[in-house]
Design a protein around this ligand. Structure first.
Ligand SMILES: [Zn+2]
Length: 82
């Protein structure tokens, strides 16, 4: 076993989330590990990508994708769309 022992080891979160938390602690981008631009969790490149996702157009795209996923898996429950 090759465990990393630190303050995140015992947290009941996914490995992915622990990885993000460690990078956050070290001041690195969540996605690529480059130094972040404060006050973001991402480097300059990924910060721009993230910002694009939060524009009205980006949110529309996100919603469409979610709808598509739901349609493929099971009938859409309106409560899922909130
Ligand atoms: Zn990055």
């Amino acid at each position: 076993m090759n465990l990393i022992l630190d303050e995140f080891t015992s947290l009941k979160v996914s490995r992915q989330r622990r990885y993000q938390l460690r990078r956050e602690r070290d001041g690195l981008c969540r996605l690529c590990g480059e130094p972040v631009e404060a006050p973001s969790h991402y480097c300059a490149k990924h910060r721009a990508e993230q910002a694009a996702r939060m524009t009205p157009d980006g949110l529309k795209r996100r919603r469409r994708r979610k709808l598509r996923q739901l349609r493929q898996s099971r009938p859409v429950d309106p409560r899922d769309l909130i």
